[in-house]
Design a protein around this ligand. Structure first.
Ligand SMILES: [Zn+2]
Length: 165
């Protein structure tokens, strides 16, 4: 497994809804993603950062790495504090992003059963960041203030524009 970094256009892909929960290799794949996330010191990982077609993200919760399939935010607080974020797909780029303080997320678990989780604080940020990934939205689109790597990102954005041509 390898991390896909910006400006690879795969990161802009919106992944389709996942339904094939009977896939025999699914558990193994999710374990691989979880191990990979921990190895890379990540707190969250979206599937299009490692490239296949499964609409799933992993987030480190109090129960350890957990898989969220087809995540959708069904409730969110009006309050949107900002906090510093980084991303495995953007090495050495950090900035502050405003996110909903509390969210309720609906998703399917690895057995395909619909579940809900309420999150606030860091977990809420992670779940919003990763849900964005699955829709091709990246945290740099939402940075209010850079703490590091602004020039680096501008260079990468130029490359991204070149790739689009
Ligand atoms: Zn990310």
């Amino acid at each position: 497994m390898q991390i896909i970094t910006y400006p690879n256009i795969i990161l802009r892909k919106k992944l389709p809804k996942f339904t094939d929960f009977n896939q025999p290799e699914l558990k193994k794949f999710i374990n691989q993603m979880s191990d990979f996330m921990l190895k890379e010191d990540g707190v969250g990982l979206a599937e299009n950062q490692v490239n296949s077609e499964i609409r799933v993200m992993i987030a480190n919760t109090k129960n350890g790495p957990t898989a969220f399939f087809n995540p959708r935010i069904i409730k969110k607080s009006l309050l949107k504090p900002s906090s510093e974020e980084g991303c495995l797909s953007f090495p050495k780029i950090y900035g502050t992003v405003r996110r909903h303080k509390k969210i309720t997320l609906e998703y399917e678990d690895i057995s395909g059963v619909t579940q809900q989780i309420q999150a606030c604080g860091l977990l809420s940020v992670i779940l919003q960041h990763e849900t964005d990934h699955l829709n091709g939205i990246l945290f740099v689109d939402k940075i209010k203030k850079f703490t590091d790597g602004r020039e680096r990102l501008e260079e990468l954005r130029k490359t991204a524009k070149e790739n689009e041509k």
